[in-house]
Design a protein around this ligand. Structure first.
Ligand SMILES: [Zn+2]
Length: 406
């Protein structure tokens, strides 16, 4: 099918927030984010959707009557990001909307607000609020000291009451997204069906020892929090390597030592642990180790370990039936079916807790994302659009074997 319209919109959308070096800085609630969302709303209205922008900046377009098939992603970016992350999903939804026929049922398209956590440290904000998930700290500040509450107020003039997803009126949710690593490029597969989305879990680990003179204290008498932390970092890395094949990455991302004096044995080490697990089972495989590590450190180093959860999002499994249907459409494209789990989080994670959700990944030739070098072949995107369109049409109309207007 002709994807020319998609590429025209892609060029037009580039004009909102592009930098002179070709990178994209369309951060949530900035002028370019607001302007591009208004542009998108107009476009969707032009294609017959009833549109609105909710108080948090989610752009919502609706065609026909419930039940709706939902197609969504995000157009906000990280600072100096690429032009594919999220964008192909929203413009893919637009491309499906342009060709949608009333007899296929209702269609809902959404550009979720503030998917990226770059500005306020909160990811998938718009979709999580719409799915009724945890309350947000509106007093969080960006690097310029602007609070999230003020930024939202200024950008979309609204209150903190975002639109709520009518889950009982949604038959299924689909998202087309680039893969943000190199799994597909390594496997030489243009498309993949996504099976699960790893959730970021963060833990604060605190090791308490005893401060003492670094010269006079005998080695046997030390309770050194930093050297215990070194042991712990190593143990976590080892465990992550061991659990990687079952779908887990654990990283110690930060370390603070007190008192931080040249001649004092550290009495405290505070570590930040980031865990990405594709299933709750493998996640507990790591967190169940905390008591063991605590007792080992107590015995060998005379220190105390405490682990406190900061965020405890659970991984999401994508709908099995949707996976099958997407896989069939990939096959109809003449491509081998490849299935992967997503390490990064997406708007489809909160959605998967409310409605059956499915995702299609497009190969990322650059193997990198969140930077301007992000590179995806237009032929791969065209195939992704085709699979999205045909999956949407088939899932919505429920006519198995009807492959659309191709
Ligand atoms: Zn994204």
């Amino acid at each position: 099918m002709d994807t020319q319209a998609f590429w025209t919109w892609w060029q037009q959308l580039k004009s909102y927030g592009s930098n002179s070096d070709g990178s994209l800085s369309r951060l949530a609630f900035t002028d370019s984010d607001m302007a591009s969302r208004r542009w998108l709303q107009q476009l969707w209205t032009q294609y017959g959707a009833r549109t609105t922008i909710d108080p948090i900046g989610n752009v919502i377009g609706v065609c026909g009557c419930a039940p709706y098939l939902l197609i969504s992603s995000h157009t906000d970016s990280v600072p100096h990001g690429g032009h594919y992350d999220g964008i192909i999903g929203v413009l893919g939804a637009t491309w499906v909307l342009q060709q949608w026929r009333p007899q296929w049922g209702g269609l809902m398209v959404i550009d979720w607000s503030s998917e990226e956590s770059s500005r306020f440290g909160i990811s998938t904000l718009g979709s999580r609020l719409a799915c009724g998930q945890p309350t947000v700290d509106w007093n969080r500040r960006d690097n310029e000291g602007v609070t999230l509450g003020d930024a939202v107020q200024k950008a979309f003039g609204g209150s903190q009451n975002s639109w709520q997803l009518p889950a009982d009126k949604i038959s299924a949710s689909l998202e087309l997204h680039i893969e943000q690593g190199g799994l597909l490029a390594d496997a030489d597969r243009p498309l993949a069906v996504v099976t699960a989305i790893a959730a970021p879990q963060r833990w604060a680990l605190t090791i308490s020892g005893e401060a003492n003179h670094s010269g006079s204290t005998l080695m046997a008498h030390r309770h050194d929090a930093l050297s215990a932390a070194a042991r712990l970092v190593e143990a976590i890395e080892e465990e992550s390597r061991h659990l990687e094949p079952s779908g887990l990455h654990a990283t110690v991302t930060d370390l603070h030592v007190a008192p931080g004096s040249a001649n004092v044995i550290p009495n405290e080490a505070r570590l930040l642990l980031d865990i990405r697990a594709q299933s709750s089972r493998v996640l507990t495989g790591l967190t169940d180790k905390f008591p063991l590590w605590a007792s080992q450190l107590a015995t060998s180093r005379g220190v105390h370990l405490e682990a406190e959860p900061i965020s405890q999002e659970q991984p999401g499994q994508l709908d099995a039936d949707l996976q099958t249907q997407i896989a069939e459409q990939i096959e109809l494209e003449g491509l081998p079916v490849h299935a992967v789990a997503s390490w990064p989080s997406h708007d489809s994670l909160p959605l998967s807790r409310k409605v059956p959700a499915g995702m299609i990944f497009v190969r990322n030739l650059s193997r990198v994302s969140h930077q301007p070098g992000e590179l995806v072949a237009s032929t791969d995107i065209d195939r992704g659009l085709e699979v999205l369109y045909r999956s949407a049409q088939r899932i919505s109309s429920g006519f198995h074997g009807n492959t659309g207007t191709r």
